[in-house]
Design a protein around this ligand. Structure first.
Ligand code: FVH
Length: 292
């Protein structure tokens, strides 16, 4: 059993605390709205009136507040920083690589061991064997409390000692998710405008998915290896993609659909073609994802 301090009893914080309690840990929880922390008392938590009180008897302090502004407003208070000294601070509030590195530097200066985490799941998946939570920072601290992290998510992993790595992966993986979800929004707009039902579309999508998956894997390998010129293995050149893309543009215009998502595709295709990459692989578009 580990004595754990916990800041936050929102949707995710409540799921995390209840999972820690189920795994037999002694959890002292503080929340800005005290009633939410008190409600966790029914599950065995020890509600505390302040973050420093929640940290006093803890070996590890886990933070899961709305954002880093809310978190910093608590952590940077001298009473809290001194209560954390010599302990492990685990930041599970979502943030950017920069905020993670800044907090890591602050923690080091305060004599606090630090792990920055990224929860790659919604609250309902917390405590499940396949749930992934990424951590980066103190490898020693991760190893010491690995069983606590495994209880929160069975696929939890230590990325590396760069404090910002977990947050960077969080944003990359979320980019992948948003790309799929925004693509789905565009697809659904097209089929609705063309009077095709969603079940029909879903059935054909399942048949096309292997083509999409292979193109994604090929793209990742080509960008990793720098093989972005058109070659015998290129599935479709940028010119071929762009020709097909014009049909989407025409549907959006003809049917009065919002062009915002398609415009992002068009901007990148146009930049690559204007710079002489029409006959190159789709992977050549990666060159235009960096602006400096
Ligand atoms: N919900 C999810 O699926 C995602 C999955 C990935 C990771 N996120 C991150 O987890 C953080 C918390 O998200 P949440 O969904 O639990 O958010 P809420 O339910 O709104 O709870 C927010 C908690 O933060 C407290 N809080 C907000 N502002 C302040 C402040 N200025 N000072 C102190 N505490 C603050 C709030 O307190 P209260 O409103 O109950 O008094 C909640 O405890 C977040 O980083 C997600 O990106 C979740």
């Amino acid at each position: 059993m580990t004595a754990i301090g916990f800041f936050g009893a929102g949707r995710m914080g409540t799921a995390l605390v209840r999972t820690l309690l189920k795994n037999g840990h002694d959890v002292h929880v503080w929340n800005r709205t005290a009633e939410k922390a008190q409600a966790l008392g029914a599950f065995g938590a020890q509600p505390q009136p302040t973050p420093e009180a929640a940290s006093a008897r803890a070996e590890i302090v886990i933070v899961n507040l709305l954002d880093y502004d809310a978190s910093d407003a608590q952590l940077r208070r001298p009473e809290v920083a001194s209560a954390l000294q010599g302990k492990l601070l685990v930041q599970l509030t979502s943030g950017s690589p920069k905020t993670a590195r800044d907090t890591g530097a602050w923690a080091a200066a305060e004599g606090i061991a630090y792990l920055d985490g990224a929860i790659m799941a919604t609250p309902n998946f917390i405590g499940e064997p396949d749930t992934l939570i990424l951590y980066s920072g103190s490898r020693t601290a991760y190893r010491k409390y690995e069983t606590v992290f495994a209880a929160l998510g069975g696929k939890s992993a230590f990325v590396n000692e760069d404090f910002g790595a977990a947050s960077a992966l969080d944003s990359a993986l979320l980019s992948q998710m948003w790309g799929t979800l925004f693509g789905t929004l565009q697809a659904l707009a097209v089929i609705e405008a063309e009077d095709i039902d969603a079940e029909t579309y879903a059935a054909y999508l399942r048949l096309v998915q292997p083509v999409i998956d292979l193109a994604e894997q090929d793209l990742m390998r080509r960008v990793r290896d720098g093989r972005d010129g058109g070659d015998a293995e290129t599935f479709a050149t940028i010119a071929a993609h762009n020709a097909a893309f014009q049909h989407l543009k025409h549907i959006n215009a003809e049917r009065g659909l919002n062009p915002t998502i398609a415009d992002a595709f068009g901007t990148l295709f146009a930049a690559a073609i204007q710079n002489g990459h029409a006959e190159d692989d789709f992977a050549a578009l990666a060159r235009f994802m960096v602006t400096r």
